[in-house]
Design a protein. Structure first.
Lengths: 271, 137
């Protein structure tokens, strides 16, 4: 009996739970597919009835899965955007820190990122949230874009109705966002971000003085580029721009992740 | 190969593997590997990370309850795990990087069944810092 049980467990562990757990493998209707049924990732970008590009769908940083065989046993690495650690990782010369923000970052990095608000289950804050290892879902109407984030079941609103950015707003985790179209590019402007938020695990700051511009381009069905420009004179000597590429996630579902539910790492940072 | 590995590990700085969902993992010492064999005593299938607890008999014959952190249940489910993949009473071998400041706690990098067959946990082995980040001079 015991060996039968072990064999069953072995089988369960070794076999993906296709079609079992919720809608993890449930086909997404209405998407372009190839003859073999696989999603046609190279298909043209979909459009809304008003002709604007349609960014709707689930997205995750465009990072391939790869196996890590350094220890002999191959372990499938968790997918993560390089920018999650250092958002300026692809910038020639790195982020243009001011003296203050460089000291902040270096101290935080030396401390192993233990003061990271994300570790304490604080909300996912944009633009950092694009780089986090959870799915995001864009819901879009002509007057509003909403980005849902699995981490803490969070949301972000982007107004497309032509309203101006607020003046001297009460700072929030995601600030206040409006979007306008430049051809097929959605240009999102954000202000009102809380002071001294983290942009990455190493602790690059973003402050209340920041103005963030995100340019969304849907390259094809499978890929969306998010070009992020941060203009934050308190934290950076000049504006800087990075691009995070997102990949569409289909035939699956969002899975809520309430961080505070079972957070146990904070205590491990203490002695 | 071992030397290369040791060198890579030695190069790792305080900001250690960062693949997990909500923290830097610097609370674990990625340069060390601890392998234990025991019986699953409890499974916590909750966000932000799943944990498994394993009863282990140490070299002195004492029973010790080890606690191992895994990726988030969401990540594990997308890899084909279910909340029932590991059950109380299962005999397993776990390789982990131990917590720096607490005994009997580790972040699992490999889990094997009693026959030695390995199953991934999805934990990246190590974060190799980007040469102190050129911007951080």
């Amino acid at each position: 009996m015991k060996s039968l049980l072990s064999a069953t467990i072995l089988l369960v562990l070794a076999t993906p739970a296709v079609g079992r757990a919720q809608w993890l493998k449930y086909p997404t209707p209405g998407i372009p597919r190839l003859a073999d049924g696989k999603p046609n990732l190279k298909a043209p970008p979909p459009r809304l009835p008003d002709g604007k590009p349609d960014f709707q769908g689930m997205w995750f940083a465009n990072v391939p899965s790869r196996d890590n065989c350094r220890t002999g046993d191959c372990i499938q690495e968790e997918r993560m955007a390089r920018e999650q650690i250092n958002i300026g990782t692809r910038l020639q010369g790195g982020l243009p820190y001011t003296d203050w923000s460089r000291e902040q970052m270096k101290e935080r990095r030396a401390n192993g990122g233990r003061e990271d608000p994300h570790t304490y289950c604080m909300p996912p804050n944009y633009p950092r949230a694009w780089t986090l290892p959870q799915y995001q879902r864009i819901v879009q109407t002509p007057s509003m874009m909403v980005v849902l984030h699995e981490f803490n079941d969070a949301y972000r609103e982007i107004y497309l109705d032509g309203r101006p950015l607020p003046e001297n707003p009460n700072p929030t985790w995601n600030g206040y966002s409006t979007g306008r179209w430049e051809g097929d590019t959605l240009v999102i402007e954000t202000n009102g971000i809380r002071d001294d938020m983290w942009l990455d695990i190493q602790g690059s700051p973003i402050t209340e003085s920041a103005r963030v511009t995100e340019k969304l381009r849907r390259i094809n069905f499978g890929i969306m580029q998010v070009e992020i420009t941060v203009n934050d004179p308190k934290a950076y000597t000049k504006p800087w721009t990075v691009t995070v590429e997102m990949a569409i996630q289909v035939d699956t579902q969002m899975l809520g992740e309430i961080c505070i539910d079972n957070e146990q790492d904070v205590k491990l940072y203490k002695k | 190969m071992k030397t290369t590995l040791a060198t890579i590990f030695a190069l790792s700085l305080a900001l250690a593997p960062a693949a997990l969902a909500h923290h830097s993992q610097s609370e674990y010492d990625s340069r060390k590997k601890v392998e234990v064999e025991g019986t699953v005593s409890k499974v916590e299938w909750k966000s932000p990370h799943a944990w498994i607890h394993v009863d282990v008999t140490n070299d002195k014959g004492e029973k010790v309850n080890w606690h191992f952190e895994l990726p988030s249940p969401n990540t594990l489910m997308r890899r084909g795990w279910t909340r029932d993949s590991l059950k109380i009473g299962d005999r397993i071998k776990v390789t982990s990087s131990p917590a720096r400041n607490f005994p009997d706690i580790g972040i699992a990098t490999s889990i094997k069944d009693a026959q030695g067959k390995a199953f991934f946990t999805g934990v990246t082995e190590i974060y190799e810092p980007e040469a102190e980040s050129k911007s951080a001079k």
